[in-house]
Ligand binder design. Sequence first.
Ligand code: SF4
Length: 535
Amino acid sequence: MPEQVNKNSSYLNATSTTKTETRVKDVSPTSGACPICIRECPFLCEVSLAAFRGREALYPEPERFGYSTAGALKDFGLDWSHFNIHSGLLGAEGIEADSDVAIFPNVSVETTIGGVPLKMPLLIGAYGSTEVGRLNWDGLAIGGALSGIIVTIGENVCGMDPESKITKGKVVYSKELKRRIDAFRKFWDGKYGDVAVQTNVEDQRLGVDVYALSKLGINIIERKWGQGAKAIGGEVRIRDLQKAILLKKRGYIVIPDPEDKNVQEAFKEGVFRSFERHSRVGMPAEKGFIEDIEWLRQQGSKIVSLKTGAYRPEAVAFTMKVASEAKIDYVTFDGASGGTGMSPVPMMNEMSIPTVYLEIQVLRCAEILKKKGKYVPDIVMAGGFINETQMYKSIAMSNFGNGPYVKAVLMGRAPLTAVMKSSYFVELARKGQLPRDFADRFGSAPEKFFISVPDLKAEFGEKFKEIPWEAIGLYSYLSERIKVGLQQMMTGSRKWKLNYLSRRDLFSLTERAARASGIPLVEESAADAIERILG
Ligand code: SF4
């Protein structure tokens, strides 16, 4: 263990997230500070950055806001890599045990979440008013629609839209929300996946749910209680004084006060370059929540979901209890280590329950509800997912014998990475500035370096030209890499349908993983199986 403690301490006073570094590498394991701190040090460590920039030092590089995503970097001592997947030799589940039929392209990774069919067990989002979501929307929405998954529009989109029309405190028009929904629907097949609208405290006050249901024909409304990256409401940066004033007038918490003359002067002089816009935290209560969900259904919401963060065990149990009573269609639990546009770095690293531990708690609740004969909503896990092996393990861990509780995982940052990278490399290709190694390996034109182009051209014909390259990048990542990778992993364990993935397909690699999850260590699992066959 000492090795791990040292590994964690290195970010205390220097982290790439805040672009800080220490003068020497052998820092104190307790403070992260250099053992000798000198006056003539030219480096900016966490303490010294804060001496100049105060609250800005809490955040991922503020100047990169809108063009980056940020997440935690702490080693939480338990993650999906601490489990491995058993491979199988005998038989086939979910398909005929015939070597000519039981091939990996025949694995079905389709599922349903809250009754919505998905081509793969994945949702992406929620991308709200944060600038990186707005700027990359077409790639996210269209790539998601092409992949047959749910894409969730996050909080505060209407409230942040300068062109929103608000009458008597309620939104009656939002160009930005409409743009986002339209982009998804343009390439939606009307069957697989859908676009969901998330609502937080401010959205509910503005009546975003009613507007999205009655004017924009949305099927899924999501209530938001929190996220894994931070246990306070959503935050964004505002680089425009007039917009900061508008948002304050609309009821948002804007820091510093954009209506204060001294603040305005400091902003104009460049002392600081952006305002922070914060959302309020919700105050959920059992009765009010159940009534709210009934009301939402009366307003026309066909599917109602709930997104919550990585709160303490009591809160997880409360969430499962009320979600069960309110018959919520699906609940997304977002574990610590996630992040998107702007979360305080110390909060991402030091607060809330990491994803694997969180799923273990959620599963305990689900089992108790099930044993009592209560309704158990479909579960979606989020928080640091980027690939199919984590997806496999999360779903498999949740099947105690009656089918998986976890029906899908949700990704936030990784799809943005795929979209941003596609956008940047297409721009470089246009300028003839692609990295030489990349151009040598994959070609210098987008038609060549995006491998999915021939398939999508065949499927969409003339309409192919309307698909942005960013969406093709996301589609390639999700449908070509993750989906195919999942099919391969499942074939390796002889499972041709997601419902067959179970806890018996996993083994723990560390004692902590085994203790926390109840998934046996490989040596325990081997002893049991060998006794059973030969004993
Ligand atoms: S200011 Fe002090 S603690 Fe920070 S990097 Fe320099 S020497 Fe190290």
